[in-house]
Design a protein around this ligand. Structure first.
Ligand code: 0RQ
Length: 513
C-alpha cells in the first residue's frame, strides 16, 4: 500500500474500516464520493451500517444524512437504507431499498439538479458538512488526492468538510492519475467569472484534489470493483428509438442545422441511452465528441473504435467487462477522456456555449410535451432528476426518449396530463418512442399534441388520446392548452389497458414503491 500513499506522514492514519466508522458521530452530515455506481467508498459505509445496526438493536437511535455525487451502490445506499440509517439523502439515488424507504415516508430525500449541489453547500443552505468519505486511487507526496472512477462532488466535500476519511482502492488503476480535471476557479456570486471551457476537450484545472492533511482522520485500504451493472443487449424498442434519433440527426445535417460531426453529445443513464450510443457506431458521423455526465459502454466503444474523438464526463458507468478493459488500458484513453467535477460537467453556462445535444429518458410525457422523469403516479419517486434538468434546459437540442408503453403494454407513457413535471414543455424539443419521433420545435401547444399523439403514442392508446384531445378542444375553457381538468388523470385508472394488466402493475409498483 506504500506506493499508493506517497505522503509518509499520512501513512500513520491507516486503519480498518470498523475503526474509521467509529469516528463518525450520530446525526452528522456526511458527504460521500460516488456517481452512477462509480468511485463510491466501499468499506466504511458497510462498517458504519453494522455499527448502526448494533446501536439500533440496543434501543438507541443512530442516523446520518448522506450527500453524494449521484447514485452509488448496494454497499453504500443499500446497506445504510437497510438498517434505516439515513435521516436524509441527496441529490440522486436509484437504490431499491432506499427508494422504498423514501416512498414509505421513512426518510427525507432532496432531489436536486446535480449542478446545483455544490453551490447549495457553499451557500450554506444544507447546513454544515461534518465528514467527507472519498474513494481515491492514491495520495500524492503533497497530500493531494487522485479521484478514482468519478469526480462528482469530491472537490466540494473536501473543501467544506471538517473531517475527511479516505478509502484508497487498489482495484482502481493508478494510471487514472491525469484523467481528472478539477477546476478551482468557481466562486459565489457576485464574484463569478466565466468558466473557460470552449470545447469538450479543454482542460482548465488540476489533476488532483487539494486536501488539508490535518483534516484527514482515517485512511482505509480497499480492493473492490465498482458497481458495474451489466447492460442488456439493446432490445427491439431501444433499437427502434436509436434508429429514429440517428435518422433525425442525418436529416438535420442534410439541412445544415447540425455539423456533420454533430455537436457534443450528452446521454443519460439506462439501456435506451446506451443503445443510441451503440448504434452511432455504424452511423455516418465521425469525430464525435461528448460533453456529458456519465460514460457508459456505448460511448466507451465509440472512443475505442475512434468514432468518438473525445469525451468529457464526471463519471464512468461501465459493465463489468468494459470496466475490466478500461481499468487495464486506462493509459490508452488518457488523451481522449476527462473527468470533471459535476458542477462543471453539468454547468448550464458550458452546456449552452458548447451547444450540447441532450438525450434523456422519461417516465411519462403529456400530449403537450411536459415530461415527468422522476415520479410514478405523481407521488412515488423512481430515481431523481439527476442531471437531466441541467442538460435539457440548456442544450442546443433537447431530446427525451422512452418506449411508448410500460409494464408489458399496460401503461401508456404518453398521457393527457403528466402527474408530475420535471421538464416543462419549454425544455422539451424532441420526443422519441419506438413508434416514431416528434420534433416539437416551433410548434404551438395544439400542434404539439397532434404530432406527439400521431408519432409517439402506442397504437393501442392512440384512439383514447385522440378522443381526449378532441373533447378537450370542445369543452376546455381555455383553448391555448385545452384540457378537461377532472379527466386529465383518469388515464391512470379508467383508460389504462385491461384490469388484469393494471392489477399486475399495481402489485408490482407496491413492491417497487
Ligand atoms: O421499471 O424495470 O421495474 O419495469 O420505470 O424504465 O423503460 O427501463 O427506462 O431505464 O431508461 O429509465 C426516466 C426512470 C427511465 C430514467 C427513467 C418503469 C419501467 C421500469 C425504468 P421496471 P425503462 P430507463 C443522466 C440523466 C432521470 C434522471 C436522468 C431516469 C423503470 O431515465 O431515472 O435522466 N431519469 N438523468 O417499467 C410506470 C410509467 C413508466 C414506468 C417507465 N409510465 N409508469 N412505470 N416505468 N415508465 C444520469 C444522471 O443524472 C445520474
Amino acid at each position: 500500500g506504500q506506493n499508493r500513499i506517497r505522503n509518509a506522514q499520512l501513512r500513520s492514519k491507516i486503519m480498518t474500516a470498523d475503526q474509521a466508522a467509529a469516528l463518525i458521530p450520530k446525526g452528522c452530515n456526511v458527504g460521500m464520493s460516488g456517481f452512477t455506481g462509480a468511485g463510491y467508498p466501499k468499506a466504511v459505509p458497510i462498517a458504519l451500517a453494522e455499527r448502526m445496526n448494533a446501536i439500533h438493536a440496543a434501543g438507541e437511535d443512530f442516523k446520518i444524512s448522506v450527500w453524494t455525487g449521484a447514485s452509488t451502490a448496494p454497499e453504500l445506499d443499500g446497506v445504510l437504507a437497510k438498517v434505516d440509517g439515513m435521516e436524509l439523502r441527496l441529490p440522486y439515488q436509484s437504490d431499491p431499498t432506499c427508494r422504498k424507504r423514501i416512498n414509505a415516508g421513512e426518510m427525507d430525500y432532496l432531489d436536486i439538479h446535480l449542478s446545483h449541489v455544490g453551490q447549495f453547500v457553499w451557500g450554506g443552505y444544507l447546513g454544515k458538512l461534518d465528514v467527507a468519505i472519498i474513494e481515491v486511487v492514491g495520495i500524492r507526496e503533497d497530500g493531494s488526492l487522485i479521484s478514482s472512477s468519478s469526480v462528482g462532488n469530491n472537490k466540494t466535500w473536501l473543501d467544506c468538510a471538517d473531517k475527511v476519511i479516505i478509502e484508497v482502492n487498489h482495484w482502481q488503476n493508478e494510471a487514472l492519475e491525469g484523467v481528472h480535471d478539477v477546476y478551482y476557479g468557481t466562486q459565489l456570486p457576485p464574484k463569478r467569472k466565466p468558466i473557460p471551457i470552449l470545447s469538450a476537450s479543454d482542460r482548465i484545472g488540476e489533476t488532483g484534489l487539494r486536501c488539508d492533511p490535518n483534516k484527514i482522520i482515517a485512511i482505509v485500504e480497499t480492493d473492490a470493483p465498482d458497481r458495474n451493472s451489466p447492460f442488456s443487449p439493446p432490445d427491439e424498442n431501444s433499437r427502434l428509438i436509436a434508429g429514429h434519433i440517428i435518422e433525425f440527426f442525418g436529416h438535420e445535417v442534410k439541412r445544415g442545422r447540425l455539423p456533420k460531426e454533430l455537436l457534443p453529445l450528452q446521454s443519460g443513464v439506462g439501456n435506451v441511452a446506451n443503445a443510441v450510443m451503440e448504434q452511432l457506431q455504424n452511423a455516418p458521423f465521425d469525430n464525435l465528441t461528448a460533453y456529458t455526465e456519465v460514460l457508459q459502454d456505448g460511448m466507451f466503444n465509440l472512443l475505442r473504435s475512434g468514432k468518438m474523438a473525445f469525451a468529457s464526463a464526471t463519471a464512468l458507468s461501465l459493465s463489468p467487462e468494459a470496466a475490466e478493459e478500461f481499468n487495464r488500458d486506462v493509459a490508452k484513453y488518457r488523451d481522449k477522456l476527462v473527468l470533471r467535477p459535476q458542477e462543471i460537467s453539468n454547468h448550464p453556462e458550458v452546456i449552452r456555449r458548447l451547444g450540447v445535444i441532450a438525450m434523456n429518458g422519461l417516465i411519462e410525457a403529456d400530449i403537450y410535451g411536459n415530461v415527468n422523469s422522476t415520479h410514478i403516479r405523481g407521488t412515488s419517486i423512481m430515481n431523481g432528476i439527476g442531471g437531466s434538468g441541467d442538460f435539457a434546459r440548456n442544450s442546443w437540442l433537447s431530446i427525451f426518449m422512452t418506449p411508448s408503453s410500460a409494464k408489458n403494454g399496460a401503461i401508456s407513457c404518453i398521457v393527457p396530463m403528466a402527474t408530475h413535471v420535471d421538464h416543462t414543455e419549454h425544455d422539451v424539443q424532441v420526443i422519441v418512442t419506438e413508434q416514431g419521433l416528434a420534433d416539437l420545435r416551433g410548434l404551438s401547444p395544439k400542434k404539439r399534441a397532434r404530432v406527439i399523439i400521431e408519432n409517439c403514442a402506442h397504437p393501442y392508446f392512440k384512439p383514447a388520446l385522440n378522443e381526449y384531445f378532441e373533447r378537450a378542444q370542445k369543452y376546455s375553457h381555455g383553448q391555448h392548452t385545452p384540457h378537461i381538468l377532472d379527466e386529465g388523470f383518469t388515464f391512470l385508472s379508467e383508460w389504462q389497458a385491461d384490469m388484469t394488466a393494471r392489477d399486475a402493475w399495481k402489485a408490482d409498483s407496491m413492491v417497487q414503491a
